[in-house]
Ligand binder design. Structure first.
Ligand code: PEP
Ligand code: MN
Length: 277
């Protein structure tokens, strides 16, 4: 890919991106939390639950880019303050989406990592702004975008002097209607060839179905992903946003045990036969 320069693998080792206490690029990092910040009680209860289950980072949207202008758009600044409280209560670092270049500087005050959502992947003004924010950035794949288009967007952020970029595969549009999107898991090993940037997977928005989130998370470990981001809610039935795809805290706990088990198993396979003196 001739225009991919800063993001290109070109023999470079995988970048290690740190966001607070979370690390992307070595091991397998798990981000979990609600789709949207609704109330302090909901956010703190969910944060406590995912922390107890072993999550590395808390997610939660204060600015929600919704398909309908009439749907809940998030609490904005008030939501960021709640995220700050949940982060302080649990010690979990925070990732949250920013949708407007004018909001970047103050979202950056609350977030350990800034999220660029699928709908804004090619919002170049926003990419340049987060590139100058001094914060790590999670760049989600545009739902209609090729790997080359996606890497060009990473290039915009890196070009502003921000080396801390991770990519998040979140599914692309296909003719299939059963799943919300079609998870392109082959993007993970393909990107390992093309770029040194860490790559994680969002099985929640990719499938839209709780029963598929566990299997696709496990598969993300197997294909060499550097982590997953999973939507979890303390009471999914009451969620204001993406209620149908949220895992309960119990379901997430079970998934965490299986994920950590698979990780250990693969690490043992990798070291088996190595001579230690
Ligand atoms: C999200 O992760 O909160 C989100 C809105 O996802 P996406 O941009 O992938 O739809
Ligand atoms: Mn969501």
């Amino acid at each position: 890919m001739k225009n991919i320069k800063l993001a290109a693998r070109e023999g470079r080792p995988t970048s290690v991106v740190k966001a607070g206490t979370a690390t992307f690029g070595t091991g397998f990092a798990v981000i979990a939390g609600p789709c949207a910040v609704e109330t302090e009680e909901q956010t703190v209860a969910t944060a406590r639950g995912v922390k107890a289950a072993g999550a590395d980072m808390l997610r939660g949207g204060a600015f929600k880019p919704r398909t309908s202008p009439y749907a809940f758009q998030g609490h904005g600044m008030a939501g960021l303050k709640i995220l700050g409280i949940a982060g302080a209560e649990t010690g979990l670092p925070i990732v949250t989406e920013v949708v407007d270049p004018r909001d970047v500087s103050w979202v950056a005050e609350y977030a350990d990592m800034l999220q660029i959502g699928t709908r804004n992947m090619q919002n170049f003004a926003l990419l340049k702004e987060v590139g100058q924010s001094g914060k790590p950035v999670m760049l989600k794949r545009g739902m209609y975008s090729t790997l080359e288009e996606w890497l060009n967007c990473a290039e915009y952020i890196l070009g502003e002097g921000n080396p801390n970029v991770i990519l998040c595969e979140r599914g692309i549009r296909s003719f299939e209607q059963y799943t919300r999107n079609t998870l392109d898991l082959s993007a993970v090993p393909a990107l390992a060839e093309l770029t040194h940037l860490p790559v994680i997977v969002d099985p929640s928005h990719a499938t839209g179905r709780p029963a598929l989130i566990g299997p696709m998370s496990m598969a993300s470990v197997a294909v060499g992903g550097h982590g997953v981001m999973v939507e979890v809610h303390c009471n999914p039935a009451e969620a204001l946003c993406d209620a149908k795809q949220a895992l309960t805290i119990d379901e997430f706990g079970k998934l965490m045990r299986r994920l950590r088990g698979l990780e250990r198993f693969l690490a043992e396979q990798d070291t088996e036969g190595e001579v230690t003196e």
